[in-house]
Write a protein that binds this ligand. Structure first.
Ligand code: SF4
Length: 245
């Protein structure tokens, strides 16, 4: 029998509770944008990031949005980028890796060397994600992510406000305390556009060769770098210390 794939959970919380979530998120975004100039938000176009995009776009909050186009994304992610821009009438800047570095990496170790070695995975993420992120955050005073505590064993200590020690700027996780149920209720109640891969068993979305659909009951990040241990399923984008509960 074919295994059941993960499915978007049915909504079990009321519209009133979703309104409260929206208000909480809205207040957090207002707080961040009033404390800092040049605030940027990194979106992967996955569900968490769509919740934040929705609140930024609907309230016209002064936060720039960008996405890292690693060159290894699903075709659906490229289409989603255009669809979200049209839906909200916003610009989402596409940040790409340095092509010369990509070329050298492929020549030296091969296109998909990350399956064979953890060092190659780190190098690939460094070239395609970490360095482009650095470029995207150049001149920013603060940045935002859609990380949630519940997502993974590597994120249980996550807080609203952190210090990005790699870049020396503030970092915020405005939906750090949203449960999976709350996030999906927000999306469905407020009719937020979703990435089509969420309807094909993908709770988490990243590069095509390093992300796959998961089975019902698996950890929601099980499909990311599935050949690695649970505690090494990050890509080096998040190097922080906590500031505030
Ligand atoms: S997720 Fe995979 S393909 Fe994407 S940058 Fe990292 S190792 Fe490379």
């Amino acid at each position: 029998m074919k295994p059941q794939l993960w499915k978007i959970p049915p909504v079990q919380i009321s519209g009133e509770q979703v309104d409260q979530l929206y208000e909480k998120l809205h207040q957090r975004l207002i707080e961040i944008s009033s404390r800092y100039q040049r605030v940027r938000f990194a979106t992967s176009l996955a569900a968490e990031d769509m919740v934040i995009t929705d609140a930024i776009a609907r309230e016209n909050i002064k936060i720039e949005i960008f996405t890292l186009n690693t060159g290894r994304l699903h075709e659906a992610s490229i289409k989603m980028h255009g669809a979200v821009q049209s839906h909200y009438k916003i610009q989402i800047r596409s940040i790409e890796p340095e092509q010369e570095q990509v070329k050298q990496f492929i020549e030296q170790v091969g296109l998909n060397a990350f399956y064979e070695s953890e060092d190659a995975k780190k190098s690939c993420c460094d070239i395609r994600k970490v360095k482009p992120l650095q470029k995207a955050l150049d001149g920013a005073q603060a940045w935002l992510t859609g990380q949630r505590k519940e997502q993974s064993v590597t994120r249980t200590e996550l807080l609203f406000e952190e210090k990005d020690i790699a870049r020396g700027i503030a970092k915020f996780n405005p939906i750090f305390d949203f449960s999976e149920q709350e996030m999906w209720a927000y999306i469905q109640t407020r009719q937020v556009p979703i990435h089509p891969l969420h309807q094909q068993g993908y709770p988490s979305i990243g590069c095509e060769p390093c992300t796959r659909a998961i089975r019902e009951g698996e950890d929601v990040r099980a499909g990311r770098w599935w050949w690695l241990q649970k505690d090494s399923k990050e890509c080096g984008l998040h190097v922080t210390e906590s500031l505030q509960k």
